[in-house]
Structure formats: C-alpha cells, structure tokens
Write a protein that binds this ligand. Structure first.
Ligand SMILES: Cc1ncc(COP(=O)(O)O)c(C=O)c1O
Length: 283
C-alpha cells in the first residue's frame, strides 16, 4: 500500500511529497513539529499536542496555518488514508517559502506537512520489555529546548554518539552534571528510597506530553513524585530508570553508560507505568 502525505492543503503520494528548496525549514530549520502516538487508530493526547504546537509557533512568531478545527479532520484523514492502527502522526510547520534571508519575510505563508507511519505494536512491546541502554553526554543544545523546533542537530549528534556506544538513547547532561533529558525523550529515575524524579519544566527541556500523562498516572498510583534535576551519579545508583516519549511511550532503562541500573532488568514500576499508559490511552 502506498503512503500518503499531506502537503499545504493536498494529499499526495509520499514518494512525490516535497516542499520548495527555499522553504525556511530547509534553509534555516525555521519551523516546529509535533508527533502524536496512534493507538488502535486513535490519536493520543490530541489536545496536549495542539497546545504545545501553538506555544512553539507563538514563541517563534510563526502564523498558525490552520485552526485546530480544520487540522483535526486532516490528522484523522492521514491516519485513515495510511491505514495506521498503531504508529504515529508527524506534523511540521515552517515559516514558509521565501528568498533566503535571515530576517522574517513579510507576507509569507507557513508550510505544513503531515505524515503518518505504522509501527508494529507487538514488536514495540517486546522491545520495551527488554529495556534499553542510555549513554550520557554533554548537552550542547541551545537555550530554548522548550520549543519543539525542527532544529535538532545536537540531538541527532547525541543520538548517533549513543548508538555508536551501543546505547539506544543519549541522556544529555548540563554543565553542573545534571541530566536534562534524552535526545528525543524525557528522563526519569526512581531513587533508592522510592521517589519518582524527572527534571522540572524550564527552557532546558521539552515539556513532553507523555511526561504529563505519566505524572498523572503516578499521581493515581499515589507515588511520591519530585520534579527536579538529578545527577548522572544519582541515576546510576537509582532503583529504576526509564524514558518517555510519544514514540517510545514508557521504556525502561537497564544500563546507564557502563553501569547496570539496579539488577540490570526493567524496573517493575517502569513496566507498571507503561501498562497504565497503554490502558489509559485506550480509554
Ligand atoms: C528532546 C525531547 N524531549 C522530550 C520528548 C518527549 O516528548 P513527547 O512525550 O511529547 O513525545 C521529545 C520527543 O520528541 C524530545 O524530542
């Protein structure tokens, strides 16, 4: 079955989907994106992603190309046309096409691209069930990591470096030795005394939509939660560690650099929170 993309108002075959070479997303990474998890054909946390999308656009002074009401049917249609049961929807909005010049162009129309992709839910469960390794490295990103910008060069360099070290994700570490977040996920630990810790929201991390949902699930379980920074040393001594994102949901971490987390097996609370997530998303 051929994939279909949505580009500036038209549904086109994925192979032929393109934007102009002077799109500012291509020239300057002048744009934002969102990723929705799709489960059983349903977009998860639709509103939360809309809110973050609006915020990213407003921080970059990019005009919203469509209202939520107009966007909603397009998101559903792209899921339907691509027959996605489990997977994700990717949306990107850039400032638009204009002759290359740094200042914002006047009267430019933002470009919007939406795609959808299937993921094998069974394989994803098997993958998460084994847990993953992370490699720590210096956070070399800019000072506005709260904006979901398509400018991801430091993130991909970190992810590649992690991959070369045999790890699945990079945990980025600030100048004071504290973990900010993963290259494409939020970072969590459960301390020795059972406190669930994830970094507090600030311009240093992306406010994950999955992070929000997991905080809600943790509250339902009456876990003690602290939103604060934690060091690499503290993480290596933690009872459990895990990562969250729309793509990986809740995925246990079993190794940080060369150090196994606890007994080196996926932590029971991380596994329980993943189950909670799947269950809550299904309702
Ligand atoms: C840097 C970064 N942090 C956190 C996340 C997790 O965000 P969400 O849970 O909304 O997918 C992502 C997801 O792409 C990310 O790129």
């Amino acid at each position: 079955m051929s994939r279909i993309a949505y580009v500036n108002g038209a549904y086109v075959p994925h192979r032929q989907a393109c934007v102009h070479i002077e799109d500012r997303g291509y020239q300057f990474a002048d744009g934002i994106y969102e990723v929705w998890a799709v489960q059983n054909g349903k977009l998860i946390d639709r509103e939360g992603h809309f809110t973050r999308m609006d915020r990213s656009l407003s921080e970059l002074q990019i005009t919203k190309p469509m209202s939520h009401a107009s966007l909603m049917p397009v998101l559903h249609e792209i899921v339907r046309k691509n027959r996605v049961k489990d997977g994700l929807v990717y949306l990107q909005i850039t400032r638009g096409v204009s002759p290359r010049d740094h200042p914002f162009p006047k009267n430019v129309r933002p470009s919007i691209v939406i795609t959808a992709k299937s993921l094998n839910a069974q394989k994803a469960e098997q993958f998460a069930g084994k847990g993953v390794a992370v490699a720590t490295m210096r956070d070399e990103r800019w000072a506005r990591c709260d904006i979901k910008s398509v400018s991801l060069l430091p993130n991909i360099l970190a992810k590649q470096a992690a991959k070369e070290k045999g790890a699945y994700e990079a945990w980025m570490v600030d100048q004071t030795g504290m973990v900010t977040e993963g290259s494409s996920s939020n970072a969590w630990i459960i301390t020795k005394d059972g406190v669930l810790v994830t970094r507090n929201l600030s311009t240093e991390i992306l406010g994950g939509i999955t992070r929000e949902r997991v905080l809600m699930l943790a509250a339902e379980r009456q876990l003690t939660v602290k939103e604060r920074a934690f060091s690499v040393a503290e993480a290596k001594e933690a009872r459990e560690a895990f990562m969250t994102s729309s793509i990986n949901l809740v995925t246990p971490i079993i190794r940080i650099d060369e150090k196994a987390v606890a007994d080196g097996k996926p932590g029971p609370m991380a596994c329980a929170l993943r189950k909670d997530y799947l269950q809550s998303a299904a309702t």
